[in-house]
Design a protein. Sequence first.
Length: 65
Amino acid sequence: MNKLRLSIFGIVFVTMVIVIAIYAYERATDDTYAGMSIIPEEHEDIPLFEGLEPTRSDYEIDGDR
């Protein structure tokens, strides 16, 4: 029974480490604003349309508008 508990704990621990590592990697390599010299969200005098989402070098909106 102890080997079973230890195995389950090991599997859960390894899974949590993998999930945390993937999350940390995604946060560290976030290059959303990499190609932009001015970030409109940081300036109040630059208006943005509702629904615009930043990508690597421009903004996109869902749908065909």
